[in-house]
Write a protein that binds this ligand. Structure first.
Ligand SMILES: *Cc1c(COP(=O)(O)O)cnc(C)c1O
Length: 407
């Protein structure tokens, strides 16, 4: 049987373009974004310009990671001690850690079958301390943006779009990450395009960008022509030129990757749809199927046992599938965010949970609907590099397993 590769969409396409760009950085010895022994253009500048152009956004800031980018975004929006930020119970733990990073408290909400924030549950968790919602576009598909943006507007809270898993996805034809006050992208190795590590913060608001720039660079104000009266303390989440070189080369590959993932995603979902239905299952809810990146394909079966049995049988057929949550510890699921559930932080005082304000009690089973949805899921990674014979193999595998009487 043809072995289906593990999925690293951009990572598996690293090649000559990245090598040439990195070689230029080495040859010019310009390893630092802002200066070097020789004059020359900055790779990070070039990456920012191509990202701004491709995403259709006014202001962008390359950063060292999306986690760092989230910290810049929350800080830029003035979120800090005493504030609450709503995050989904299914996201990479970084979304919640970054909230704690600025001294605020994460309030963890249920997901629905879109695999991300359930708007009704979000509303039920809003208090007078809620300052922001972190909307996360999971596994390459968009959140319910229309409903969530409406809620944010009604309650006058700001929106951060964590687009780490959906670079290049759209909603109503517009790039994900450009709807909220600030959007954050990741270039870590598992993501759609990659520089190994790296991130990007985007906004249409010049003042917010200035604040992001200052947080991302200890002397950001000085370097970016921002007057002293506006200066806020900075940290260091800068991107280096080697990363910038790879990131810029990967930007050039984004559309090819998306085209190839979308084609394979469509072929597979069309062919397996009747079998999923026969088993009483249904696909993930897609708020905008046209804008999906094609990165992954998820359906839900009626019971947890059926979902587990199907995944075991599909794995035996050599398919790259999983249940989105099972028995293994997984930092994508709030139930496994042990340090957060225990309300531990870096502060001996117990902050941010001990600042005299009411503080949430978290327990592992606070999100029963989220867990049920994840347990009943069957999830397939869709590599842009699947050959047509591998696509056939995947479809045949699903057909065989979903039609088998023992399921
Ligand atoms: C990967 C990821 C992050 C963190 O990205 P890093 O670049 O690794 O810091 C944040 N949020 C989500 C949803 C992610 O998938």
């Amino acid at each position: 049987m043809d072995r289906i590769p593990k999925i690293y969409p951009g990572g598996a396409r690293v090649g000559k373009e990245e090598l040439d760009a990195v070689t230029t950085v080495i040859e010019t010895q310009r390893l630092f974004r802002y200066y070097g022994p020789q004059e020359g253009p900055s790779m990070v500048d070039a990456f920012e310009a191509s990202a701004a152009n491709r995403l259709g956004v006014e202001h962008v800031q390359a950063v060292s990671s999306a986690c760092g980018g989230l910290i810049c975004a929350f800080a830029a929006l003035g979120i800090g001690p005493g504030d609450e930020v709503i995050v989904p119970a299914f996201t990479w733990v970084a979304t919640a850690s970054a909230v704690i990073g600025v001294g605020a408290v994460p309030i963890i909400a249920e997901i629905d079958e879109s695999l991300t924030l359930d708007p009704e549950d979000v509303v039920s968790r809003i208090t007078n301390r809620t300052k922001a919602i972190a909307i996360v576009h999971m596994r390459g598909g968009s959140a319910r943006l229309k409903e969530l943006l409406k809620i944010a507007k009604e309650h006058r809270i700001v929106v951060i779009e964590d687009t780490a898993q959906a670079f290049g996805g759209t909603y109503g034809g517009k790039s994900l990450g450009t709807f909220g006050d600030v959007g954050v992208f990741s270039l870590q190795f598992n993501k759609i395009i990659t520089a190994g590590e790296g991130g990007l913060v985007v906004t249409q608001n010049r003042q917010l960008w200035e604040r992001v720039a200052m947080v991302h660079d200890v002397v950001g104000g000085l370097r970016n022509g921002i007057p002293d009266e506006l200066a806020i303390p900075g940290l260091n989440f800068r991107m280096g030129e080697l990363q910038g070189a790879v990131a810029n080369a990967q930007m050039g590959k984004l559309d090819g990757i998306l085209t190839d993932m979308r084609l394979r995603h469509r072929m597979i979902s069309e062919r397996i749809a009747p079998h999923v239905e026969e088993r009483g299952g249904h696909f993930r809810f897609q708020p905008d199927p046209e804008g999906d990146t094609g990165l992954s394909l998820t359906f839900f079966l009626p019971t947890i046992d059926e979902a587990r049995f199907a995944v075991d049988a599909l794995l035996a057929e050599g398919l790259p599938v999983m249940n989105l949550y099972r028995d293994k510890v997984d930092y994508h699921v709030a139930s496994d965010w042990v340090s957060i559930l225990a309300k531990r932080s870096w502060s001996n005082s117990g902050a941010p949970w001990s600042n005299g304000l009411p503080s949430p009690e978290y327990t592992r089973d606070d999100w029963p609907r989220t867990l049920d949805i994840l347990w009943r899921s069957v999830h397939l990674d869709v590599s842009p590099d699947l050959t047509m014979s591998q696509v056939d193999q995947i479809c045949e595998g699903f057909k065989k397993v979903l039609l088998s009487g023992s399921l």
